[in-house]
Design a protein around this ligand. Structure first.
Ligand code: NAD
Length: 270
């Protein structure tokens, strides 16, 4: 952006759920950097206030468990009382609790409640105050597009999020509200950090096998795609899923390698 250009989201007011850490915090930082006032909604006052303080004056932390309808309503009322408008909702909060086929009914319902149902209810209540031109962005995932062992609940929630993005886009189009999902692949965040002992080099080295661009994603890259999708530059885009995945989802099961390469792996060494 040149120094004379108006930031993409100048004057806009955004809520990002689950923004006390991880991608949510990165997304909040990018949106604020694009000119938006950002409300960080989450559980964890200390972490949430630290993210808001790091961003500076156009950010505020709101403590809320998004599985509680009254808490969602309180968040929206606070934003409207403060700013008189809500232009962007980013449904980012998630639970990774998932034991695949072994998951109990209670575990299914708990994870779906956070990932799918709470975002749907947040969208329903936000749409009541949003003006034409507003946007809802849902975090999907490559996890919601492919089979994987040991997981079922989280991927099912993400597949359903990509689906309700289409339904809500149609339902909210008459109000001039766009709805889009953004699906990252592996992205540097606490969950990836915990698997690599905090080594981004290790994450990139392993991620290079699955992402044609040769590494794992960065939260800011997801944030920038969201800032674009939320802006007037995307005014004719609704209902679709935007992969932000370094090419992960364009690969087939052969991971983009030729049969010759796979057969060569069978040859005995030496
Ligand atoms: N990290 C990745 O590689 C990756 C890949 C694809 C998609 N995603 C998606 O990006 C989003 C963020 O992922 P992340 O890895 O940063 O997750 P994370 O676990 O680091 O953060 C999720 C946040 O949601 C909050 N949260 C959970 N339940 C809540 C509730 N009931 N009320 C309020 N907040 C609640 C948590 O406290 C946490 O701050 C998710 O939607 C995830 O599916 C992440």
């Amino acid at each position: 952006m040149s120094t004379t250009e108006t930031p993409r989201l100048a004057g806009k007011v955004a809520i990002v759920t689950g923004a006390t850490q991880g991608l949510g915090a990165d997304i909040a930082r990018v949106l604020a950097g694009s000119g938006a006032t950002v409300y960080i909604v989450g559980r964890g006052r200390e972490a949430g206030e630290a993210v808001a303080a790091g961003i500076g004056s156009p950010a505020r932390y709101l403590e809320a468990d998004i599985t509680d309808d009254a808490a969602i309503e309180r968040c929206i009322r606070t934003v409207i009382d403060d700013c008189g408008r809500l232009d962007l909702l980013v449904n980012n909060a998630c639970s990774y609790n998932d034991r695949g086929l072994a998951s109990s009914r209670a575990e299914w319902l708990a994870t779906l409640n956070v990932n799918l149902v709470s975002g749907a209810i947040f969208t329903q209540k936000a749409a009541e105050v949003m003006r034409p031109g507003s946007v809802v962005i849902n975090l999907g995932s490559t996890g919601g597009k492919f089979g994987a062992d040991g997981r079922a609940v989280y991927p099912a929630s993400k597949a359903a999020i990509i689906q309700i993005t289409k339904n809500f886009a149609v339902s909210l189009a008459p109000l001039g509200i766009r709805v889009v999902s953004v699906s990252p692949a592996w992205t540097w965040s606490p969950s990836v950090e915990s698997m690599t002992g905090g080594s981004i080099e290790k994450a990139d080295a392993v991620g290079a096998h699955f992402h044609p661009l040769g590494r794992v994603g960065r939260g800011e890259e997801v944030g920038r795609a969201i800032a674009f999708a939320a802006s007037a530059d995307a005014s004719w885009i609704t209902g679709i899923d935007i992969p932000v995945d370094g090419g992960f989802s364009i690969l087939g099961p052969d991971q983009g390698r030729s049969p010759r390469e796979w057969f060569a792996r069978l040859q005995p060494e030496g």
